[in-house]
Structure formats: C-alpha cells, structure tokens
Write a protein that binds this ligand. Structure first.
Ligand code: SAM
Length: 298
C-alpha cells in the first residue's frame, strides 16, 4: 500500500519560490512526496530539514546529504532548527493533518472504517489518546471538544451520553463508541457525523489548534525577509487560522496601524486560495478538502 499520495504537490512547492542555495523546511514529511519535490529543485548547496512526529514516517527518510529528518513535533520547529545551527530559513511548507498511512492502518485508530482501539495519536510518544479523552474527560470538557472542534450542534447531549454510558463500562473501541452514540447517527448522515466526532477527538488528542498557532508564530520569526510560507489545510478550523495569520500576522483582532494609518502586517499573501482541480480529486479523493495558502514575509 502506498504511504501517502502528495496533494497539490506542484502548486505548494511552486509557492516556496525555491532558491537553489536556500534552506527549506517541510514540517509534515509523511511519505516524503513534498520533500522529494523540494530536493529536486535545490542545488548542491541547498538544504532541507523535515519534521514528522510519527515514528512510522522515519522509514521513508531520503538518502540525500542535503536532507535531515527530525522525528519531533513541528510546534518545536525553532528549537530543533537551532539545534542544527539554523536560525533562519527561506521557506517552510506544511501539509497539515494525517497521512493516508495513519488513516489506513486500523490500529492507529484514525478511521471509523475499522473496529480498533481508540487511539488517534500522531506521535507514539503522546500521553493523551482517544481512549483517555472519551473515558476520562468530564462532561464539560467533552462538550467543548465536540462543539469547538467538531462544530456539532448536539455536543451537550453527545457528551452527556458518553459520560452516562462509561459508568456502565469503559468505551474502548470504535464499535463501542458507535454503539453508545447510535441514536445520534441516523443512516442518512451517519458518516458525516461520525467524521465530525472523530475529527473533534483527533484535534484534541494531538492538540492540533495550539500546535498550529505555535508553529505559525515561530515560522514568522525564523523566515528570512522574502521567505515563503506554503500551507495546505484540510478543515475550516485550520484554514481560518492560516488565513488570518497570513493576512494579519495574528489570529484574533486587527493589526496595528503604522504612522501613515496603514495596517502594519508581516506577510504579503501570494496569489489567491488554491484548491485541487477535478482531475486531482478524481485520482486522489483525500485531496478533496485541501486548501493551499501562500504568503511571503515582508
Ligand atoms: C498529510 S501528511 C503529509 C504528507 C506528505 N506531505 C507527503 O507528501 O507524503 C501529514 C504528516 O504530518 C505529520 N504531522 C502532523 N502534525 C504534525 C506535527 N505537529 N508535528 C510533526 N509532524 C506532524 C503526520 O504525522 C503526517 O505524517
């Protein structure tokens, strides 16, 4: 089985505007599709650092002396690059979310297609997993997760149902969870709602929103002037953060005005939002929700 089929490959790497001698970072290495493309555009003195917090991705490491793969969370991008003596870079690419590999291996627990233990950790070192969220979070916290990350209107009743059911016995597998929530999963919208529930738990387990914010803030700090940030996101919560940060350099509110009354912003956006064309979606269904945004540090 293929590890991962890269999405918006050409468009996202074009967005980096690669200088052959530059230093680049691919923060979501996965199967290495984007990294290979970046390396193909670098000269002998270029350099590529890649991150992936999933140990499974290490098997895909590329044998190239211009390449370093770091098995860490990209929320620590600045710290780990500093470890390699790198204080600033020319471009950063992020292809957020999970890989096809993570999704297709039943035991990882990311997919509602299989009956597996509740897990959903992208990193095997993570203490928090889906089992702990479902069985240990109090009702208010579960409600927050379903509301904020799943945008589920019936979050309060979902949370209450889980808390009541686990008093009888722990909810440990996908099928347990489906059974407990069965009455909220009418056939017609079953897959959609399950996907929202799973998305919510996954975002919580991997702290995806906080991680993304920390990463974006550090990216701004380490990019050289003229350096590019190219980010592919797969759901609206991520895309909203990326869009606001690229536009304003912040996640909430409006940036300050300069002496002339113009907004003082750290990036200029490059082009418009890019989404995969029908051809790509036909060949790779997982591309269907992808949104690519590109910005250049001013
Ligand atoms: C959509 S896949 C990337 C696929 C890759 N671009 C390719 O072409 O094969 C996302 C990858 O990023 C990793 N990842 C997601 N969030 C991460 C984080 N915060 N830190 C490090 N790796 C992360 C996942 O483990 C997964 O392997």
């Amino acid at each position: 089985m293929e590890y991962h089929n890269p999405v918006l490959l050409k468009e996202s790497v074009d967005g980096l505007n690669i200088k052959p001698d530059g230093i680049y970072v691919d923060v979501t290495f996965g199967g290495g599709g984007h990294s290979k493309e970046i390396l193909s555009r670098l000269g002998p003195n270029g350099k590529l650092f890649a991150f992936d917090q999933d140990e499974d991705a290490l098997a895909n490491a590329l044998d190239d002396e211009r390449f370093v793969l770091i098995n860490e969370n990209f929320r620590f991008i600045k710290r780990f690059l500093r470890f390699y003596g790198v204080k600033s870079v020319d471009g950063i690419l992020g292809d957020l979310g999970v890989s096809s590999h993570q999704f297709d291996v039943a035991e990882r627990g990311f997919s509602t297609r299989f009956d597996a233990e509740l897990d959903m950790r992208m990193s095997q070192k993570n203490d928090l997993n889906a089992n702990r969220v479902v069985n240990e979070y109090d009702e208010a916290n579960l409600k927050r997760v379903f509301l904020d990350y799943g945008e589920l209107k019936n979050a309060p009743v979902l949370a209450r149902t889980i808390v009541q059911a686990r008093e009888e016995r722990p909810i440990t597998t996908t099928d347990d969870l489906k059974e407990v929530l069965a009455k909220f999963l009418p056939e017609r919208v079953r897959n959609k709602i399950l996907a929202q529930i799973y998305q919510a738990i996954r975002i919580e387990v991997n702290q995806e929103m906080d991680v993304l914010k920390e990463f974006l803030e550090q990216s701004l700090e380490i990019l050289n002037k003229g350096g590019r940030l190219s980010v592919i996101s797969y759901h609206s919560l991520e895309d909203r953060l990326v869009k606001r940060f690229m536009k304003n350099g912040m996640f909430e509110g409006e940036p300050e005005r300069d002496f002339f009354g113009n907004f003082s912003v750290p990036f200029k956006t490059v082009g418009k939002l890019i989404v995969p064309n029908n051809e790509e979606i036909k060949l790779n269904n997982r591309a269907r929700s992808a949104k690519l945004r590109i910005a250049e540090k001013i």
